[in-house]
Write a protein that binds this ligand. Sequence first.
Ligand code: FE2
Length: 185
Amino acid sequence: MARLQPLWTPDDAVETTDPIAIAAFLRERDIVFERWPLPDRVRELAAKARLDDTDKAALLAAFAAELAKKSADAGYGSADVVAIRPDLPGVDDALAKFDRVHFHDDDEVRAIVGGHGVFGFFGDDGRQFLLTVEAGDYISVPAGVWHWFYCGEDKRITALRLFRDTSGWVPRYRDTARGVAQGPK
Ligand SMILES: [Fe+2]
């Protein structure tokens, strides 16, 4: 279950695991949050130590209807599967690209099907909040929104990635883009 943690004195926001409250909070910030039902077959695939191309194709096929709808409604015309595991070669370097505050020129869209991770968000008002995402959580972070992402200590997450344009999905870091050193954690 997702968990939202505002990192400011909670005059108008409190930590919550209520998906309806989370979706409403995020919608005010143009971030889409949904819950996607997970078939048992998806849970089995997402729990594997390694996913081969056949497994990944099966995961995408399991969400064919949802992916077609997102393609039609939001223009996310392509998708793939990413499976982070603690013993993958280069996993720390791969994760290090995204745990600094950055934005992308395209939306960052993830449907989590196994494991968990944390998105951090850095608003233009300076307010920060964390969103822990787990299996069944779908999130679309709009292009240009400052954020960061990190895995739990287990470094284990499996997710569908939806794209409008894969060339737009390159991190632009806050410290280079704005000349501000920023430690998100
Ligand atoms: Fe990102």
